[in-house]
Ligand binder design. Structure first.
Ligand code: HEM
Ligand code: FES
Length: 777
């Protein structure tokens, strides 16, 4: 299975021919050379493990004594199964201390125990459930004004200076203050706890040299003692706000779940969980965006991009780059056997750069649609409880800096240093500079009133706009213009499939247009727009106001009208401007060498867009139906004979679609597919709906869905991330797997036969028929 490299061949002094893993597998040269404390892993963690993702996604590191897991699917699977892969070791010291340092810890009665992150079932879930409420979006909303005030005050201190080291002056301090407030630490104890907290990282995830160990242990011991004192003080008045007080208040009701050991350990571990993770993630994000200047400028111009930019930065350069588990039984990951007791280093950052899951993973793309599928917050029943507090903090940092110092830049040629450890990553210093004379608030103090409404939770894809420039406007037919759009910064556009549309924001209006150009062309998109006398403004705006050089915000592309590639034969029927998606479909069928027939209906030739292109490219397969030439389509005779092998795709006026629906009544179900731009879902009527439970298989919790609530809303209120876009049952982005229960499907995405399987559902609109559903979440 593995390549053995004898010592002489690799030039390495270690005799690899004698290195084997605990299961007897020989250790490859790359695996033997893996050292997470120095060299390539410290310089570029995901890049240094590319070889592993490609060749050896699960390997044993003799240097560390851990199995290292590097691919997205494997990392996620390990997170998901917290019974086979216990988190008991996540707060263990990765480099065991020597006797002297251990004696120091003993002197302070140091006894870090199980908190949440390192607790096994069945103790963990009841504790997590009991302590979740303060992390839900409505509870977190109370902290937003404090975070914003802190950021404002810190920026005020340096904004007129023109140069700052952001870690020291803001990014370290604020998440710590927020963490201490969130936990409920009294103001007077904040400074002392602040002093001790850094020792913990090095203690747990670093490799302090023997002479440093004693000093680290002293600090850790004092931190432990002080945490105990603060806790005692909190117990004196547990009515105060704070997550620790919330736990103290619950203790009498559930003494076996909220134990004394839990409270003392969490008092210390909670600071680290909430502080350094967020401080480092914010530092990484600001550094990354300033290094990718056009992206920084884009978020300055359009702050609605910030929420997804935060996710993309967490994906690209998260602050927790590796986490741990220990196998509770002999098991396998892929074809590699892991023995009981085997320790695992699961490298989240490598998973986040796995090209098997993320396209162009090394690129920073703030509009990446699946950015929030990153594993930087872990996954499953231990997934970070504080993720939405962290997201909120990083969003506010970016929002304030891009508003107040958009001309911020990195001080050139600075060297970035990192605290050498396996898991926490972010530069220790981040020097930035700007010209204070250009601070926008000097000439326009009103910018300080601009405040974005922070959406707590996972960002919506709806916020992902891209600024497009109109490159060409051409009269395509009577009252129809063809418009070519390109990214204003000249960047490549996302790929699209036939049937896709984009949403253009035209003044106050948002309008959807199907793409009809060449999908292989990543530099521009084409749409065609009919001037509609009934127009509520969209088509009139395009015809009367849009000209070459204008910019338009665009969302998408997205596809609610997908071509089923398994069909043997297609029948395409376009009416009028409905040609746009149909032409893209017919082009695709031709390129793929599929059997198809293409009917194009119009009132008169001069009003039929793309007529020459359709005739040129589709030859005999194309049948034109032109009313004023007396060749109107006879729907009934065309569809008289039902065919099992044929799928019909149509777009056009409603009366054409109605006629097709009638004429295909005797065809196999799902033969006719039409474009849906809007849905007929109304508001949920609690009189007609019923409440039900969602059992979440991966997270181990049950979530109640109220009669007037969507499944999506109930999941989000319970801190479970589910992506969404249209929230009208049209786009498919909120799909989740269903393993038990009957679904009341209300979307327009799934076909009848997919619905019948009941193995997936659209959470934005579909519900349970009965009293419960089990979801793969
Ligand atoms: C757990 C990362 C911020 C509280 C975790 C885990 C990771 C993580 C990787 C383990 C997940 C797993 O085992 O599946 C991060 C990152 C943060 C962040 C990258 C910032 C960017 C916070 C904040 C808080 C917090 C601000 C508290 C206010 C927790 C708690 C757990 C946890 C309580 C344990 C959950 C459990 O085991 O049930 N976090 N975290 N985290 N985090 Fe965070
Ligand atoms: Fe679009 Fe649910 S979000 S189908």
């Amino acid at each position: 299975r593995r390549t053995e490299v004898p010592a002489s061949a690799s030039g390495c002094p270690v005799d690899h021919s004698r290195l084997t893993s605990p299961t007897g597998c020989p250790v490859s040269a790359n695996a033997a050379a893996f050292d997470p404390f120095t060299g390539p892993y410290q310089e570029d963690p995901p890049g240094s493990l590319r070889w592993s993702r490609d060749e050896e996604p699960v390997f044993y590191s003799p240097e560390l004594g851990y199995w290292v897991i590097t691919r997205y699917e494997d990392v996620k699977a390990v997170f998901r199964d917290n019974e086979t892969f216990s988190p008991a070791n996540v707060l263990e010291k990765i480099t065991p201390f020597g006797d002297e340092a251990n004696a120091v810890l003993a002197k302070y009665d140091y006894a870090m125990g199980r908190t949440l992150v390192n607790e096994d079932e069945p103790a963990h879930m009841p504790r997590r459930r009991a302590l979740m409420e303060p992390f839900t979006p409505p509870a977190l909303a109370h902290h937003e004004p404090m975070v914003r005030r802190l950021v404002r005050e810190h920026v005020d201190r340096f904004i007129d200076r023109g140069k700052a080291e952001l870690v020291d002056e803001m990014l370290y301090e604020i998440p710590l203050t927020v963490a201490l407030h969130f936990l409920g630490v009294p103001e007077e104890d904040m400074d002392t706890l602040r002093k001790y907290s850094v020792a913990h990282t090095l203690n747990t995830w670093g490799r302090p040299a023997p002479e440093e160990q004693v000093a680290v242990a002293e600090n850790v011991g004092k931190f432990w003692q002080y945490a105990g004192k603060v806790l005692d003080k909190m117990r004196e008045d547990p009515s105060q706000p704070g997550w620790m007080q919330y736990g103290i208040r619950l203790q009498p009701e559930m003494p076996d779940i909220i134990t004394d050991s839990y409270l003392h350990s969490m008092m210390m571990a909670g600071i680290v969980a909430a502080h350094e993770t967020t401080a480092l993630a914010a530092t990484n994000a600001i550094k990354l965006l300033l290094e990718n200047r056009t992206l920084w400028e884009e978020i300055c111009a359009d702050p609605s991009l910030i929420a997804n930019a935060v996710e993309e930065c967490l994906r690209h350069s998260g602050s927790i780059i590796a986490w741990r588990r220990v196998a509770t039984k002999d098991t396998k990951i892929g074809d590699i056997e892991i023995p009981e007791g085997g320790k695992l280093l699961i490298v989240n950052t490598s998973a986040n750069h796995d090209e098997r899951f993320f396209d162009e993973p090394d690129e920073l793309d703030i509009r990446r649609e699946n950015a929030s599928d990153h594993l930087s917050f872990g996954y499953g029943s231990h997934q970070c409880m504080g993720k939405n507090l962290a997201r909120m903090e990083i969003q506010i940092f970016l929002e304030e800096l891009t508003t107040r110092i958009p001309h911020l830049e990195l001080v050139p040629d600075q060297e970035f240093t990192y605290l050498p450890n396996t898991s926490f990553r972010g530069p220790e210093r981040l020097w930035v500079q700007w010209d204070p004379a250009k601070n926008p608030e000097r000439t326009n103090p009103e910018i300080l009133d601009r405040q974005l409404k922070i959406k707590i939770g996972q960002p919506s894809k709806r916020s992902l706009t891209r600024t497009m420039e109109v490159r060409e406007v051409v009269a395509e037919a009577d009252d129809i213009v063809r418009i070519t759009l390109a990214d204003v910064h000249g960047r490549q556009l996302p790929t699209w499939s036939p049937g896709s549309h984009v949403d253009l924001e035209l003044g106050e209006l948002s309008r959807q247009y199907s793409l009809c150009g060449d999908p292989a062309d990543r530099s521009s998109y084409q749409i065609a727009v009919l001037k509609d006398p009934e127009s509520r403004g969209g088509s009139r705006f395009v015809h009367e106001q849009l000209s070459v050089g204008d910019t338009v915000p665009m969302r998408g592309p997205r596809n609610h009208f997908k071509l089923d590639s398994d069909a043997e034969r297609y029948l395409f029927i376009a009416g009028g401007i409905g040609i746009t998606p149909i032409l893209a479909m017919a082009d695709h069928a031709r390129r793929e060498g599929k059997d198809y027939e293409f009917h194009y209906c119009g009132s008169t030739r001069s009003a039929m867009a793309f007529l020459d292109r359709a005739v040129r490219d589709h030859g005999d397969r194309l049948v034109l139906h032109v009313s004023d030439e007396g060749t109107r389509l006879d729907v009934e005779s065309l569809l008289a004979e039902p065919r099992e092998d044929t799928q019909i795709y149509s777009c056009g006026p409603q009366r054409l679609l109605d006629a097709l629906a009638d004429a295909t009544a005797h065809w196999p179900e799902e033969s006719l597919r039409v474009e849906h731009f809007s849905s007929d879902l109304g508001e949920l009527d609690p009189e007609k709906e019923h409440a039900f439970d969602l059992k979440l298989a991966d997270s181990g919790i049950t979530v109640r869905v109220a009669a007037d609530q969507t499944v999506l809303a109930a999941l989000r209120a319970a801190n479970i991330d589910v992506p969404s876009d249209c929230e009208e049952g049209l786009c498919g982005s909120c799909e989740v797997g269903v393993s038990e229960g009957e679904v009341d499907h209300r979307d327009k995405v799934l076909t009848k036969s997919e619905r019948a399987l009941d193995n997936k559902m659209m959470t934005c609109c579909s519900r349970a028929c009965g009293s419960a559903l089990t979801l793969e979440l």
